[in-house]
Design a protein around this ligand. Structure first.
Ligand SMILES: [Zn+2]
Length: 278
């Protein structure tokens, strides 16, 4: 019985924890971030739409219960959910990809996922999308479609195939470098030292911060709205003036703060082997 409870806890911990954050499933108005890049996610869980003359690209799906809102948001912008041609993801955790198999089935879009996250994406375990990947991506691969070009940067640690997406957005003749961070976070329960399932996890985080620091960033974005100040920036945007999502200083500060948090936790675990992240 104890074993079964532990098993259930392990299987359901991530989605259950997720559902405790009310912003995960709270409606948020869809809007243009810059150029052909739009927000169609919830108040915290990002879904990015890249509009092209040949159809749309979506990054992330959120949970199945968020799908009606995402579809509504796409429609409110004047786009069609059925025009979704390519599906991408930040990383293989349910708050970003649990509904991606449903999206694929409903739209017929091609699913493209970083190599090291493919097994998790195709998994049919509870809360996983169980979606067949059509194109396996490798670090540095590009997705070119309808005149837009996205680059997949492997930023591992948070998951083995955690992906930071970059693209150059043409915003009224001005070129802006958009960076959608996959996630630099060390989640509760993560083992950075002596992790049998992921021995190189700490080295992967080190690599991730090196990559993030090397990327030119104008538009600072991520898998969670809360990570880059979605609400405050959206409010600011509505009142006019310069685009608040253009925030290279905010990007640098965030990456450096997250690197500090990682290094501190890694050091703590080195001193306390076997003690997972709190
Ligand atoms: Zn995650």
């Amino acid at each position: 019985m104890i074993k079964r409870s532990l098993f259930l806890l392990l299987v359901f911990a991530a989605p259950v924890l997720g559902q405790q954050n009310p912003d995960f499933h709270r409606d948020f108005p869809p809007f243009k971030i810059a150029g052909n890049l739009y927000w169609v996610g919830t108040a915290d869980l990002s879904v990015y739409l890249i509009n092209t003359p040949q159809g749309n690209i979506l990054i992330n799906s959120d949970f199945p219960e968020d799908l009606p809102q995402i579809k509504k948001s796409i429609g409110q912008l004047g786009f069609k959910y059925s025009d979704t041609k390519i599906l991408l993801a930040s990383h293989a955790h349910g708050d970003h990809d649990a509904a991606i198999g449903i999206m694929k089935k409903e739209t017929g879009a091609r699913l493209m996922i970083m190599d090291a996250d493919v097994a998790e994406t195709e998994s049919t375990a509870p809360g996983r999308p169980g979606a067949k990947v059509d194109r396996v991506l490798h670090d540095g691969d590009t997705v070119e479609f309808g005149g837009s070009k996205l680059t997949a940067h492997l930023t591992p640690g948070h998951t083995k195939g955690c992906t930071t997406w970059t693209m150059q957005v043409d915003d009224g003749g001005r070129k802006l470098n958009a960076v959608i961070i996959g996630s630099p976070n060390v989640n509760r329960g993560y083992l950075l030292v002596g992790n049998k399932n992921y021995p190189q996890i700490a080295d992967d985080y080190v690599k991730t911060f090196k990559v993030l620091k090397s990327l030119p960033a104008d538009l600072f974005l991520g898998a969670h709205g809360n990570s880059f100040g979605l609400k405050a920036k959206y409010e600011k945007m509505k009142s006019g003036g310069p685009n608040p999502f253009i925030d290279p200083a905010g990007y640098k500060a965030y990456v450096s703060e997250r690197e500090g948090a990682f290094l501190k936790e890694w050091e703590r675990q080195k001193q306390n082997p076997g003690s997972a992240a709190p």
